[in-house]
Design a protein around this ligand. Structure first.
Ligand code: NAD
Ligand code: UDP
Length: 329
């Protein structure tokens, strides 16, 4: 009989790609999401698939699933700085209460659970590139603290369930990942720049653009996560693409790629925006035999093709998503 995987955040960017991958590998997938930052259109193509089912649910409330569950991938959480600044309490709750609920479910079902952590646990890092041993440099009370600390708590409670209950746990520290199905208006740099280029607007670089990021294409990320789930390693593992670029150079690269002649304009740097970020992926290479295969030029071309095919309505949708109907507390 096919094994069952519960994927939280399934209507989001990474959750929907993971759902596709597990369906392709012959698993039964149960997607769970409350659509706060996701979109049902990301999983629409799975509607008629007999191996996919969906539960609309907020994972910060008690999580119930009928029948056996063999694996849980906990990916529900706002992931864009603009999103989590607008819904700070939901962000803290999904990382803490949501993770607690899913660990409880994993224990009850005797399932293995993998949680989506982040390079943000390193904060504005003082060690470069970032290895898993680095404890990080996070401002607990800054505006990004709601995400960073929720994710740090998530790692701690996951390790506690592993050590105390002997639960099978995996922790992936995801570095900036991009690709089709990112929400055009989620505020992250790639959809932001691509949307601006497509609408004929200037590209907004925050600060002087000397801060760096290292962008990983979604298929590589999904492959790393898949391998980690089936490894026997319970401590955190970085998955990302070490190819680093400054945001200023990246804006120029997008202008070339999109064939537009927009200008770059400079805006204030958000508080605690990390100045440099590059994963050290030695551990993933040794442990999982994994390394990224898709270069930025190729990944960006595929991603731009996706955004280019959005409808006019989607392209001109209000600058940021309206979260009001999801905020009950
Ligand atoms: P996303 O916003 O596209 O997806 C997140 C999904 O979680 C959305 O569909 C949203 O509706 C859902 N969700 C949020 N709160 C929920 C709740 N309380 N109950 C049920 N569903 C809820 O973001 P993404 O980029 O796909 O990120 C997915 C996960 O990966 C997140 O945990 C994020 O922290 C982590 N991550 C992503 C990146 C990246 O670069 N994409 C980097 C580091 C970590
Ligand atoms: N950024 C920018 N212009 C934008 C959006 C983002 O210059 O319109 C910068 C942001 O300040 C950060 C980098 O791009 O330095 C990556 O931002 P993103 O929101 O994608 O994710 P982060 O890596 O900060 O979590």
């Amino acid at each position: 009989m096919a094994e069952t995987v519960l994927i939280t955040g399934a209507a989001g960017f990474l959750g929907s790609h993971l759902s596709d991958r597990f369906i392709k590998e012959g698993f039964k997938v149960i997607g769970m999401d409350n659509f706060i930052t996701g979109d049902s259109k990301n999983i629409k193509h799975l509607d008629s698939n007999p191996n996919f089912s969906f539960i609309e649910h907020d994972v910060t409330e008690f999580v119930h699933v009928d029948g056996p569950v063999d694996y849980i991938l906990h990916f529900a959480s706002p992931a864009s700085p603009i999103d989590y600044l607008k819904i700070p309490i939901q962000t803290l709750k999904v990382g803490s209460l949501g993770t607690h609920n899913l660990l409880g479910l994993a224990k009850a079902k005797n399932a293995r659970i993998l949680i989506a952590s982040t390079s943000e646990v390193y904060g504005d890092p003082l060690v470069h590139p970032q290895t898993e041993e680095y404890y990080g440099n996070v401002n607990t009370i800054g505006p990004r603290g709601v995400y960073d600390e929720a994710k740090r708590f998530q790692e701690s409670i996951t390790m506690a369930y592993h050590r105390f209950h002997g639960l099978e746990t995996r922790i992936v520290r995801i570095f900036n990942t991009y690709g089709p199905r990112m929400r055009l208006n989620d505020g992250r740099v790639i959809p932001a720049f691509m949307g601006q280029a497509l609408r004929g607007e200037d590209l907004t670089v925050f600060g002087d653009g000397s801060q760096t990021r290292s962008f990983c294409y979604v298929d590589d990320q999904v492959e790393g996560i898949f391998r980690l789930l089936f490894s026997d390693y319970s401590s955190p593992v970085n998955i990302g693409n070490p190819h680093e670029i400054s945001i200023r150079d990246f804006a120029e690269e997008i202008i070339k790629l999109t064939g537009t002649n927009q200008k770059v304009i400079y805006k204030d740097l958000p508080k605690d925006d990390p100045m440099q970020r590059q994963p050290d992926i030695t551990l993933a290479k040794e442990l999982l035999g994994w390394e990224p295969k898709v270069g930025r030029a190729e990944g960006m071309r595929i991603t731009f093709d996706y955004f280019k095919n959005l409808t006019e309505e989607e392209l001109y949708k209000s600058e940021h998503k309206d979260f009001s109907k999801h905020i009950k507390y």
